[in-house]
Design a protein around this ligand. Structure first.
Ligand code: BJW
Ligand code: ZN
Length: 244
């Protein structure tokens, strides 16, 4: 048995649903990495309080001033290089073992879920550690250098900018997981950026027991079956304790 002491009636509702559940899907945003020291996009501490998201994370910005955009990503890669997963990421890596079917869907581009040991992560917005050619789309991993691809196009981070399509297979798998989940958690996301933000609503619509973990209200808060206000690094280890 795992340790469920000190949980209270709210968490009992989660455990009752989780015990019955065959499938669980978890949807994460920048908030899960906040306690690792990665700034979020929006809100008080957001890294974009000095930049507008829409100003730098767009193909138009890159076409207008690639050096400026690449400089911003270089700065962010540097920031991410030294950080470690936190207890929230670790709890989600453990959660894989608890359900017959488990799907982790992230909007994050920092690779921290994989680093914490999650094995099958659906990355909806790409990964900052890879590059891809802005013209032909060919990808390259970390360590490969030079601004241009053999086709002559410029390399850019392999992430999804505003106005760009999400990777289609990843999005389809995520929609399918949200529709078929018995339990669905939405963690650390402002739930403002679409199409990813459809996921919790789809899960709710399809009848999942839905949980929101976030210190702040979001557009999904009113529909969630259970709202846990606070940091994911403290809630997730209580939802998915170490077996002991
Ligand atoms: C904590 C915490 C702690 C703090 N513990 N929690 C309707 C339908 C479809 C599309 C649209 C639509 N309306 C508009 C659109 C277009 C647009 C969009 O959604 N705009 C909205 C802003 C209105 N979407 C797109 O353009 C998407 N593409 C697309 O739709 O293609 C089809 C199309 C093409 C052309 C025209 C129209 C359609 C692409 C979206 C790509 C988003 N990319 C980014 C950048 C990635 C690269 C990079 O990192 O540089 O992805 S933007 C940024 O936002 C990033 C994030 O993944 C994403 C979501 O943010 P997230 O993760 O929720 O972070 P925050 O900061 O917003 O929130 C953090 C939360 O954590 C807060 O709630 C805190 O309270 C909480 N928190 N500490 C737990 N310790
Ligand atoms: Zn190319």
């Amino acid at each position: 048995m795992s340790d469920r002491s000190g949980t209270g009636p709210d968490l009992e509702r989660f455990f009752a649903s989780a015990d019955e559940a065959r499938s669980c899907a978890v949807f994460t945003g920048a908030g899960v990495s906040a306690e690792s020291g990665v700034p979020t996009f929006r809100g008080k501490e957001g890294m974009w309080k000095d930049f507008k998201a829409e100003e730098l994370a767009t193909p138009e910005a890159f076409e207008r001033d690639p050096d400026r955009v690449l400089e911003w990503y270089a700065w962010r890669r540097e920031k991410i290089a030294d950080i470690e997963p936190n207890p929230g990421h670790e709890a989600l890596a453990r959660a894989e073992e608890r359900f017959e079917e488990f799907t982790l869907i992230t909007q994050n581009i920092d690779g921290l879920h994989e680093q914490a040991g999650s094995r099958d992560v659906i990355e909806l917005h790409g990964n900052i550690l890879r590059d891809r050619c802005h013209v032909c789309g060919s990808r390259r991993g970390p360590g490969e250098d030079g601004p241009r691809c053999t086709c002559g196009g410029r390399y850019r981070p392999d992430v999804v900018w505003f106005g760009e399509m999400l990777p289609q297979q990843a999005l389809e798998r995520a929609f399918q997981a949200a529709r078929s989940a018995d339990v669905f958690l939405s963690v650390g996301t402002s739930t403002l950026v679409y199409p990813a933000a459809y996921l919790p609503f789809m899960a709710h619509e399809a009848g999942a027991f839905t949980v929101e973990v976030n210190p702040e209200r979001t557009p999904f808060s009113d529909q969630a079956d259970l709202v846990l206000r606070g940091a994911s690094g403290s809630w997730l280890p209580r939802l998915f304790p170490r077996e002991g």
